[in-house]
Design a binder for this molecule. Structure first.
Ligand code: NYM
Length: 192
């Protein structure tokens, strides 16, 4: 039927502060969706496996210093590297669960003082570890900047709830997204 032609996979982006549980939730969601028989893949950004990703990783580990705009653009380049593959997967009907994407790009860079519009245009819980950005005060700022980016495509889930509750809310939201994409919601573009 006509709808089948426009059917596509959903792009599910998990955003949040460092150590908020995104990766654990993403793993659980992946196995749930696989069990349900969906074609689904789990991705993450930064993708540290590429050359650009290695530069980002070394910066995050405080092993190299980079100008704020330079690192911002590297994060963006790291998304561009995967852009055509992402579009191909979505069009072929595969749902992608992506641990951080463009919103992290803006929220983290603008929390450091870069202009939000510049960030978009240029492209686009305790126990913090030693990686750059993992400090409480800075995370508070990132949270404020995330709030400014939030729009109707978002579902905010309180990550301080028990893991099972977070999982349940996330599943419900994602199942809705997948259904909407299956009936032919057009693919739109996010800044990178
Ligand atoms: N990060 C991630 C950015 O600052 N900009 C970006 O565009 C992206 C994708 O990288 N503290 C930051 C957020 C995290 C750090 O991410 C590493 P993760 O999810 O811990 O691997």
């Amino acid at each position: 039927n006509g709808n089948r032609d426009n059917s596509r996979g959903a792009l599910i982006v998990l955003e949040g502060l460092d150590r908020s549980g995104k990766t654990s939730q993403s793993t659980r969601l992946l196995s749930y969706l696989e069990q349900q028989g969906f074609s689904v893949e789990s991705w993450r950004f930064p993708d540290r496996s590429t050359c650009v990703g290695e530069m980002i990783s070394s910066y995050l580990a405080n092993k190299s210093q980079l100008d704020d705009r330079t690192i911002h653009l590297l994060f963006s380049a790291n998304r561009w590297e995967k852009r055509s593959l992402m579009e191909m997967k979505l069009r072929s009907g595969t749902t992608l669960l992506v641990d951080r994407y463009s919103y992290s790009g803006v929220a983290f860079s603008s929390a450091k003082g870069l202009d939000v519009e510049w960030c978009k245009k240029a492209a686009e819980r305790g126990g913090y570890g030693g990686e750059r950005y993992e400090q409480l005060e800075f995370q508070r700022k990132v949270a404020q900047h995330y709030k400014m980016l939030c729009d109707a495509t978002w579902k905010i889930i309180d990550a301080s709830l028990p893991m099972e509750d977070v999982e349940k809310q996330l599943r419900e939201f994602v199942m809705d997204c997948i259904a909407t994409c299956q009936i032919g919601k057009p693919l739109s573009q996010l800044w990178l």
